[in-house]
Structure formats: C-alpha cells, structure tokens
Design a protein around this ligand. Sequence first.
Ligand SMILES: Cc1cc2nc3c(=O)[nH]c(=O)nc-3n(C[C@H](O)[C@H](O)[C@H](O)COP(=O)(O)OP(=O)(O)OC[C@H]3O[C@@H](n4cnc5c(N)ncnc54)[C@H](O)[C@@H]3O)c2cc1C
Length: 266
Amino acid sequence: MINQPQIVEIKEVIDETPTIKTFVFDWDFEKFGAPNPGEFLMLWNFCDEKPMSISKIDDNQLAISVKNIGEFTSQIHDLKVGDKIGVRGSYGNGFNTDFNNKNLLVIGGGVGMAPVVGLTYKLLEKSNNVDVIVAGVNKDELLFMDSLEKAGANIYPCTDDGSFGFKGFATDCLSNLIKDSTYDYAFVCGPEIMMVGIFNILEDEGILADYSLERYMKCAFGICGQCCVDNTGWRICVEGPVFNSEKIKLIEEFGKYRRDASGVKY
Ligand SMILES: Cc1cc2nc3c(=O)[nH]c(=O)nc-3n(C[C@H](O)[C@H](O)[C@H](O)COP(=O)(O)OP(=O)(O)OC[C@H]3O[C@@H](n4cnc5c(N)ncnc54)[C@H](O)[C@@H]3O)c2cc1C
C-alpha cells in the first residue's frame, strides 16, 4: 500500500457503457503489492481525489471503471491513452475469497459491478460455481457480461426496463433465482437501496454474504474519520468497504442515511 500518489500513464480506455469507462494502467505488484478484489484506490486528477474500486487485477496492470456523474468523474472521462493520473492505495479489506468448490452468488448493480468482476475471476479460479446477477437500468448499462461469461460464470442479466434479460430490479431477479437454487455464500455491491433489499432476502434464506459499502472519503487510510458509520464507528476505508452479514446488521445507518463532505446526514 502506498499513501503518496504514484503518477501512472493510462494504457487503455474502454467505453463500457454510455456512462461508464474503464481506464487501464501499469502497477508494479512487487513494489506496491497486488490488491485483493474489493479493495479500492484513491484517484487524483491533480486537483481533487476520489475513491474508485479496482475492476481489473492482472499481470502488473490495474483498472478502474468510472461512472460519469459529476465534475470529477467527467474530467476523468476526458482522459485519453497516454494521459497521466495520480493513484494511491490500495485500501480497504476486500472480499472473503476463501472458498473452493462452492456454489456462490455475485450480485452487482450498475457500476457496483466494478469491485465484483475481479472477485468473480478469483472465485472461478478456485473451482467454484459462480452465478452472477448483472443488474442495470437498461441493456446499454449492463457491465462485463461477455468477459465474465467467457471466464465461466453463469450470467443472469436484469434490467429495470426489461430491455435485456429479466425485467425488474436485482431483488426481483434474486427472488426468482433462489426458487430453484441455493448458495453457500453471496457477494453484493450496488446502490445501497438495492443492497438492503438483497440483504433482507438473503437473510430470510439463511445465505450469508459480503456487502461492499460506499461513504464519502477523504484520507482513505483511517485518519480523518470522515467515513465512520453509526453506531459502530467503523471506518469504511479501513474496516470496510466490505462487511459480512453479521457486521452489516450492526451498522445502523445501512440503507437509512449517510453523511456528506461536511459530515451532515442526508
Ligand atoms: C470505496 C468506494 C469505491 C467506489 N468505487 C467506484 C467505482 O468503481 N466507480 C465509480 O464510478 N464510482 C465509485 N465510487 C464513487 C465515486 O467515488 C463517486 O461517485 C465520485 O467521487 C463522484 O465524484 P464527482 O465529482 O463526479 O461527483 P459529485 O457530484 O462530486 O458527487 C456525486 C456523489 O458521489 C459521491 N462522492 C463524491 N465525492 C466522494 C468522495 N470523496 N468519496 C465518496 N463518495 C463521493 C457522493 O455520494 C456524491 O453525492 C466509489 C466510492 C467509494 C467510497
């Protein structure tokens, strides 16, 4: 882990969806460490810094997949191959990948697919059967389906508008899927409202899971306290961003509220 941004050159830019681009860059695994799936980086555009999950961990290369939703992410989307950017990390705890020959379920909503794509590759390497619910608002916003299918995952696409795959939210798709299947463990990342719905269903079914949370971050290494959650005080950047079912139950603000850059609840 490094706490000072390394300046890296962008090697590849992939237009994933109309709103999401992937940026690939070299990362010396020997020098800086190879991240675990679910860990994240702080990305510096020489002006501001924001957290981004790692969507590719492979052969001394990392990638981030960025959804264009505001000033910072729009500037990142303007970057081209050969441009430079600052990166520090990786940070956080990552997913529990200690599974072999199990029946596993991965659920990613929108850009929430970013941290779970590398996780799925790792789980497949360990002879697990992996079903993946890839959820998006419409067909164009579904992420990483082809590459995951090629790697051996069973893909269950679902769209809010029914333009591809199951019509409905990830929660509806899950309810449908578990009529015929059961799972040893699940992994979930996406909008918090989706994760709460998924949590309720998985709890009813007795399926334990890892959930990846997002909170406003500043330092990302546990000093500033910006991303602490009520009532545990856990820092999402250090004790998280991934919490298992037992821990997520203790986070009272899960699905209810979060805090902005000034610490004000919303
Ligand atoms: C651990 C973690 C992993 C993330 N992974 C990804 C990812 O893989 N891809 C992706 O597109 N986005 C990811 N995000 C969210 C991303 O950091 C924000 O969407 C981005 O910072 C928005 O910046 P903006 O200026 O474009 O938008 P703004 O208009 O500034 O913000 C829009 C919203 O983004 C969130 N946000 C803004 N600044 C921060 C910050 N410093 N820390 C956390 N949230 C912030 C807030 O909810 C805010 O309301 C992640 C966030 C966290 C905490």
